[in-house]
Design a protein around this ligand. Structure first.
Ligand code: ACO
Length: 386
C-alpha cells in the first residue's frame, strides 16, 4: 500500500505513466514504431486527403463515417450551435487583454456550463448534444476573444460555412479563400485525436468522478496548454522566428542540445520515428512558403529539422505535429499565441470521444503514490516553534 508506506521494499514507480494502459479503446491507434495514426481504423493520410473536419468529428463520436444525409445534418447542427451567449461575450470583454487565448477559452468553457439546460443529463444522447454545443462554440470563443483583445468588432458565426472557414472568418473578419480554408481543415483533422495523450488523460481522470462534460473539457484544455504538450506549437515557432537564417540553424540546435535543453516541437512519448501528421504538415508548409513569402521560415525550420534528426534521430527524436503545425499556422497569418487554442478547436472532438467511451464503463481513477515522508512527527504548539 504505497500511500500508507508500510512495506519494506519500494514499488516500481511509473512517474510519467510511460507503460501504463488505463483502458481498452476503439477510437485511435498510434503506431509509434511504424509512424501510423488511425481513427477508428482509417489512416490519417486518407482522412487528410479526402475527409473534412466535420466528417472526422462524426467518425470520432459515432465510430463510423456518415452517409451524405448524416453528414449534412451533423454539420448543420454544429453550425447552428456556434453562437455564444451574450454573457460569454461580456465575460471575454472583462478579461485582461494580455490573457492567453487558451486561458480565455478555458475560462469561457467553464462559464458556458451554467448556460446548458442539460448540464447534468448523463445519458449518452444528452452528452452528445452537449458535446455538439461545446465543440461548436470553441472556435467562436477563440475568434471573439482575439478580436476583443485587439479592439475589433466581434464577428458573429455564419452557419453557411464549415468550421475551418468560419473560424478564420471570426478571427480575421474576412472569409478565407478555399485553399486557405482547406489547409486549416486538414490541420484540424490531423489534430482531432491522438489516443491517451496528457490532455485526453486529464479529461478522462476528471470524467471518472462523474462530473458534467464541461468539467472534463476544462481539465483537458488546462492540460493541453503546457509547452510539453499542445503549447509546443507556440514555443517552437517563437524559437524558429528568433533564428536569423538557415545558416545559423545548426548552431542553434547544437548549442541548445549542449546546454541540455529541449528543442520544442521534437520528441514524442509514443512516436520513436517520423510523426505522420508532421510529415503531412511539412508538405503543406513547403507549398505555402512560396505563396505567402515565408521561404526563409521554411528553410530555417528544415535546417533545424535536419540538424535535429542527425543529432538525436538515433535516440528516436523526430519532429512532432506541433513543429510543422506551428509553421503552417504562422504562414496562414495566425498569431503564435493562438496556436494552442487552435489545437483545442480540433482536439475537443477527441476529448469528447474518449470521455464518452470511458463513461461506457466508468471506474474512478485513483492511483497511488509511495509515501517517503516522516511517520512519527510530534505536534508542537505554534508558540514553542523556533
Ligand atoms: N529536444 C532535445 N532532446 C529531447 C527532446 C527535444 N525536443 N525530447 C526528448 N529529448 C531527449 C531528452 O532530453 C532525453 O534525453 P536523455 O535520455 O539523454 O536524458 C530523452 O530524449 C527522452 O526524453 P523525455 O523528455 O524523457 O521523453 P518523454 O517521453 O518523457 O517526453 C516529450 C516526450 C515531452 C514530448 C519530449 O520529447 C519533449 O519535451 N519535447 C519537446 C516539447 C514538445 O515538442 N512537445 C509536444 C509533443 S506532441 C504533443 O503533445 C501534441
Amino acid at each position: 500500500m504505497g500511500s500508507i508506506g508500510g512495506g519494506t521494499g519500494s514499488p516500481r514507480i511509473d512517474k510519467g505513466l510511460d507503460d501504463v494502459y488505463v483502458m481498452e479503446s476503439r477510437i485511435c491507434f498510434v503506431d509509434g514504431v511504424k509512424g501510423r495514426l488511425l481513427y477508428y481504423g482509417y489512416d490519417i493520410r486518407d482522412l487528410s486527403d479526402h475527409s473534412t473536419f466535420e466528417e472526422t468529428a462524426y467518425l470520432l463520436w459515432h465510430g463510423k463515417l456518415p452517409n451524405r444525409d448524416q453528414l449534412a445534418a451533423f454539420s448543420a447542427e454544429l453550425a447552428a450551435n456556434r453562437p455564444i451567449p451574450k454573457g460569454i461575450v461580456s465575460l471575454l470583454k472583462g478579461l485582461p487583454k494580455e490573457t492567453a487565448p487558451i486561458d480565455a477559452l478555458r475560462t469561457a468553457v467553464s462559464a458556458l456550463a451554467g448556460y446548458d439546460p442539460e448540464l447534468n443529463g448523463q445519458s449518452r444522447e444528452a452528452n452528445l448534444r452537449k458535446a455538439m454545443r461545446i465543440a461548436a462554440k470553441v472556435p467562436t470563443i477563440v475568434g471573439a476573444f482575439h478580436r476583443i483583445r485587439n479592439g475589433q468588432r466581434v464577428v458573429k458565426p455564419n452557419p453557411k460555412y464549415g468550421t475551418a472557414t468560419d473560424y478564420m472568418r471570426m478571427l480575421t473578419g474576412k472569409k478565407p479563400d478555399k485553399k486557405t480554408a482547406r489547409i486549416l481543415d486538414v490541420a484540424l483533422i490531423l489534430h482531432a485525436d491522438h489516443s491517451m495523450n496528457a490532455g485526453t488523460f486529464a479529461a478522462t481522470v476528471a470524467a471518472s468522478t462523474l462530473p458534467d462534460l464541461y468539467s472534463t473539457i476544462v481539465a483537458a484544455i488546462a492540460t493541453l496548454k503546457g509547452p510539453l504538450h499542445g503549447g509546443a506549437n507556440e514555443t517552437a515557432i517563437r524559437a524558429l522566428l528568433a533564428i536569423e537564417s538557415p545558416e545559423v540553424a545548426e548552431e542553434y540546435v547544437l548549442k541548445t542540445l549542449a546546454a541540455g535543453q529541449k528543442v520544442f516541437g521534437f520528441g514524442h512519448r509514443v512516436y520513436k520515428t517520423w510523426d505522420p501528421r508532421a510529415l503531412i504538415l511539412q508538405d503543406v508548409a513547403k507549398k505555402l512558403s512560396g505563396k505567402t513569402g515565408h521561404e526563409k521560415l521554411f528553410m530555417v525550420a528544415k535546417a533545424v529539422e535536419e540538424a535535429m534528426v542527425r543529432e538525436v534521430g538515433p535516440k528516436g527524436i523526430y519532429p512532432n505535429v506541433d513543429y510543422w503545425a506551428g509553421v503552417v499556422y504562422y504562414m496562414l497569418g495566425l498569431a503564435p499565441d493562438l496556436f494552442p487554442a487552435t489545437f483545442a478547436v480540433a482536439r475537443i472532438t477527441g476529448w469528447v470521444a474518449h470521455v464518452l467511451e470511458y463513461w461506457g464503463d466508468n471506474r474512478i481513477m485513483r492511483p497511488l503514490d509511495w509515501y517517503v515522508g516522516p511517520k512519527e512527527a510530534v505536534y508542537v504548539p505554534i508558540d514553542q516553534r523556533s
